[in-house]
Design a binder for this molecule. Sequence first.
Ligand code: IPE
Ligand code: IPE
Ligand code: MG
Length: 254
Amino acid sequence: MLKRLKNWFKKPLSIREEQLQAENIPEHVAIIMDGNGRWAKSRGLPRIAGHHSGMKAVKRITMAADRLGIKYLTLYAFSTENWKRPKAEVDFLMRLPQEFLAIELEDLIKNNVQVRMMGYKEGLPDYTLQAIDEAVEKTRHNTGLVLNFALNYGSRMEVIDAVRAIAEEVKAGRLESAAISEQSLDGYLLSKNIPDPDLLIRTSGELRISNFMLWQLAYSELWFTDVYWPEFMDEHFYEAIREYQRRARRYGGL
Ligand code: IPE
Ligand code: IPE
Ligand code: MG
């Protein structure tokens, strides 16, 4: 089993083999990577071991997304509510971008991946920001997969900030309130310059959105699995996309 997976990493994906339609690959896949703690607990390990193992899944699914020709992969890594967790766990999570990028940045550069961050920089430790800023800077001209880390991200705060910024524009006489549109609001969100997700995946069996991309998910296809994030494999990812390809997206029409 492991051996087979290893081979998959190396060979280019055969769409036919995975029964995926090459012409209907979602452009933007967003993932709520959940269940690290429960995965660890089920193995008698500390929660942080789950976060560490989850990093490998990030690498695995980034590679799979790249092979499939997905254009944007957004990964929910830390929410604005996750600060409520014990300090030791938060500290560990804040070290992960640095650790991940120290190992993977070279490979990401080589594979033409563009790293971005979607979230609030305020409150993040310097070492976390430095690692992310370096990755963003070194990959900014890459034209392949956009790997978008939702870090210190919260959608209600994002909407409040957008409303505030728009209110300021109106107050200053630069914008007519009647001119506020879906498109113009999009431009004030942390996700500006990224199309709405076509497919949202949440692992670990939780059936909720947890303050993730509330505006942007209006017409996304949702797919949930009981699998914990550290054990989320390429096969699960293909299964989600196969299911996506079976759906009829109507956007309120017929
Ligand atoms: C997801 O796993 C990672 C983050 C939220 C940072 P959890 O840490 O939420 O794991 P569970 O849900 O407690 O199992
Ligand atoms: C959502 O997971 C946030 C991330 C995956 C980063 P949580 O584990 O924080 O969500 P709740 O608390 O179960 O809603
Ligand atoms: Mg959780």
